[in-house]
Design a protein around this ligand. Structure first.
Ligand SMILES: Cc1cc2nc3c(=O)[nH]c(=O)nc-3n(C[C@H](O)[C@H](O)[C@H](O)COP(=O)(O)O)c2cc1C
Length: 177
């Protein structure tokens, strides 16, 4: 399987990044290949609802960093969506990316691909209900198969490294994929 990890935290080596890497390590042990994309390294404009992606070709009319990310998404068999919890939702950058997945509604090119969610937060898994629901419904709409989520409690940058149980869980989740 080809795995694409989309990291939507502004903090490199932060909790999302670390958990995503643990899952990738587990996947790689099983012989899968993986690539990580840090969304904050890319310019991602909002979806302007121009509806070009609904016309023949089903491509986005906006020329920005998504031109590099779209082919990676299309080539992946499994996509890890990593975002910290910001105000009970994803980060703004991750939301920009989600909005820009609109061409895949018409093209159906994400159909059958697997999706995984990774979210650290200060409050922990109980605060992530709205976020999980939003991703779950969006995956459904795109025809993707939701394979589960790692929802961990962590606040300071890199704090999750002290939580061996969560690190192990993420690694084993990667193996199970
Ligand atoms: C703007 C902002 C909003 C946040 N909102 C929440 C929140 O609603 N609930 C929560 O538990 N943590 C919240 N947090 C804390 C982060 O989710 C937490 O620090 C997380 O571990 C950051 O992950 P990272 O290291 O990958 O960036 C917020 C942090 C920021 C900067």
């Amino acid at each position: 399987m080809r795995i694409l990890a989309l990291v939507g935290s502004p903090r490199k080596a932060g909790n999302t990044d670390i958990l995503v890497d643990q899952i990738r390590k587990g996947c790689e042990v099983k012989g899968h290949t993986s690539e990580k994309v840090c969304l904050y390294d890319y310019e991602i404009a909002p979806c302007y609802d121009c509806r070009k992606c609904k016309q023949e070709g089903y491509t986005c009319g906006v020329c920005d960093g998504m031109l590099e990310i779209y082919p990676k998404i299309e080539e992946a068999d499994l996509i890890i969506f990593g975002t910290p919890l910001y105000w009970y939702g994803p980060t703004g950058k991750m939301k920009l990316l989600l909005d820009r997945l609109r061409p895949f509604i018409a093209s159906r090119k994400l159909e059958g691909k697997k999706a995984v969610l990774v979210t650290p937060s200060e409050e922990g898994s109980e605060a992530c209900g709205c976020l999980v629901e939003m991703f779950r419904k969006s995956f459904d709409y795109l025809g993707m198969e939701f394979r589960g989520a790692i929802l961990a409690k962590a606040y300071e940058k890199g704090e999750i490294k002290e939580n061996q149980k969560e690190l192990r869980k993420a690694y084993e989740f990667g193996i199970s994929l």
